[in-house]
Design a protein around this ligand. Structure first.
Ligand SMILES: [Fe+2]
Length: 292
């Protein structure tokens, strides 16, 4: 059943499984505001990329986050955060198919918990839209992974081109070679254009040294059944159709600031393609929880 978790751990993980849930208005407007201000006050520790910004925190560091943990535990049950610290995350490019099962075969992993705090729109007209987190019926009992049929390397990154469009660079080292040969000029790469200056070079250099948390695999594909084309067009156009093979959508949970969303960490999940709905970025608190 699993090549990663031990039999006993796996049994315990399964014992705690439940359906994905959302609780609206879990946090008041003021509480959301306070949390966003708290984020600003600790943002020295942030990990800033073009496609996302992560700000880690510790629950015990403030009365605000202590209260938050207590409130969540009243709904979800007692939990611990072990292998990936609690964090605020702002995403500017939608996350793709993955599972946050961690890296510890002895960890009784529990729920993914997400608390949406803020959505930023391109214009007023877009405010009728929202983003969704897609939870698939498919379960993953192996270590944390990003699911893609492009598994030939582990070096892909999302980078903005000269017009601020997000471009999937398949091999950061190949891209870096080209970038390093130029300075202060426009380059063409795979029919996309990038303006290369010192800052850009430095950024690409830093990405090329990044260690990935998630490995890439296509082992989530269990049969040759195509994913539902209509659901794909509605939500998932930020990743190849092929990658969704054999998956079945369970729930598309809509984002409401102040809501509490949670699902089992063994569930394959992803963001929707919020960019096409006029959403520029979205911010939430994300927790990978465990049972002792
Ligand atoms: Fe996730």
């Amino acid at each position: 059943m699993s090549n990663f978790f031990t039999k006993e751990v796996l049994d315990n993980i399964k014992k705690n499984e439940s359906n994905p849930k959302k609780l609206s208005n879990f946090l008041s407007k003021d509480f959301c505001e306070d949390l966003l201000n708290f984020r600003k006050s600790i943002s020295k520790k942030m990990v800033d990329r073009e496609e996302s910004t992560k700000v880690p925190f510790v629950f015990e560091d403030s009365s605000l986050t202590k209260k938050l943990k207590n409130d969540i535990q009243e709904i979800v049950g007692e939990f611990f955060v072990k292998d990936f610290e609690p964090h605020f995350i702002t995403t500017r490019f939608p996350l793709r198919l993955h599972a946050d099962t961690g890296k510890d075969p002895n960890d009784i992993i529990f729920k993914n918990i997400v608390l949406p705090l803020e959505i930023n729109y391109k214009d007023n007209d877009s405010k009728k839209n929202t983003s969704h987190t897609l939870i698939f019926k498919n379960k993953w009992y192996e270590r944390s992974a990003l699911f893609t049929t492009k598994t030939s390397n582990n070096y892909d990154f999302i980078i903005k081109d000269k017009d601020h469009n997000f471009i999937d660079i398949i091999d950061i080292f190949d891209f870096k070679k080209k970038v390093d040969q130029t300075s202060n000029e426009l380059i063409e790469y795979d029919k996309n254009y990038f303006y290369v200056d010192d800052k850009f070079k430095e950024y690409i250099g830093s990405l090329s040294k990044t260690k990935r948390y998630n490995e890439r695999t296509d082992k989530h594909i269990k049969n040759q059944k195509d994913f539902d084309r209509k659901i794909y067009e509605k939500y998932l156009t930020h990743q190849p159709f092929e990658d969704c093979k054999s998956l079945e959508l369970d729930k598309a949970i809509s984002w409401e600031p102040g809501a509490l969303m949670y699902w089992d960490r063994i569930r394959i999940h992803s963001s929707d393609n919020f960019l096409k709905n006029g959403i520029i970025s979205k911010t939430c608190i994300a927790l990978f929880t465990s049972k002792k």
